[in-house]
Write a protein that binds this ligand. Structure first.
Ligand code: UDP
Length: 235
């Protein structure tokens, strides 16, 4: 295994599968099975999950809602996704803990860094819900923050695209993929990997990011084994 401890970032939208909204149980099960493959190999796995399949604060704000209220709704949406993922992982007999940045004590543990690390050491998958716990941030920022806090070796950003391209491959047929790219080049070329806050936090802390296609079976295991899948952003 190339990586001992990873932080996997999954967007909320990824959980929609072929649906327009919400959580697709088939997709959820597939993801749980992919994650089990790497925990079976002894990799320590932390997960940050987004909420875009349910609610985004910006979308609320654009229709007149107070931004902070909307962001709070978005953060709660990530906890809903976290509970769903926890359940799916437990169905595959993967031990898990859900820790949230907003306290909901009857439902999940509060985020406590040392406890999270202890869970990882014991082989439990730790799902971090509620983003950073602050409005005006994203779950990408939460992913980088938590990855640094738990000393993860890498952030794996699972998407439906198989890496970083010169332009959006879903719109531009001439787009070409990078196998490796530096943080500097991503910024200089104006490529979209994460929002700027998240991206620069990763850069400043020298935490590599791998963007890969999470929807192809076996890819997560390949990435963790060090195969050249997706695009790696490094110093
Ligand atoms: N959010 C927030 N603070 C955070 C993380 C998330 O306020 O630290 C809110 C924000 O409204 C965001 C929503 O939760 O739009 C869902 O998260 P995100 O958009 O990052 O989800 P993804 O795009 O990964 O599905």
């Amino acid at each position: 295994m190339q990586y001992k401890r990873i932080l996997l970032k999954l967007s909320g939208e990824a959980l929609m599968g072929n649906q327009q909204y919400g959580i697709d149980p088939i997709r959820l099960k597939e993801y749980a099975q992919e994650i089990k493959q790497i925990t079976d190999k002894g990799v320590e796995v932390a997960i940050v999950i987004g909420g875009g399949n349910i609610f985004r604060g910006l979308a609320g704000a654009s229709s007149g809602m107070d931004r902070v209220q909307g962001d709070n709704m978005g953060m709660l949406a990530t906890i809903i996704n976290g509970l769903a993922l926890q359940s799916a992982l437990e169905n595959e007999e993967v031990p898990t803990r859900l820790q949230t940045a907003i306290n909901i004590n009857e439902v999940a543990e509060p985020f406590i860094r040392r406890k999270a690390i202890r869970h990882l050491e014991k082989g439990r998958v730790v799902i971090f819900g509620g983003g950073t716990g602050n409005p005006y941030f994203t779950t990408d920022s939460a992913a980088v923050l938590r990855a640094i806090e738990i000393n993860a070796d890498v952030i794996l950003k699972g998407t439906r695209v198989d890496g970083i391209y010169t332009s959006d491959p879903e719109k531009d047929k001439m787009a070409t993929k990078f196998d490796f790219i530096s943080f500097e080049d991503v910024l200089q070329k104006g490529l979209k990997v994460m929002d700027t806050t998240a991206f620069t936090l990763s850069q400043e802390n020298e935490l590599p990011i791998i963007v890969f296609d999470m929807n192809t079976k076996g890819n997560l295991l390949k990435v963790v084994c060090g195969e050249r899948i997706g695009t790696k952003v490094n110093l």
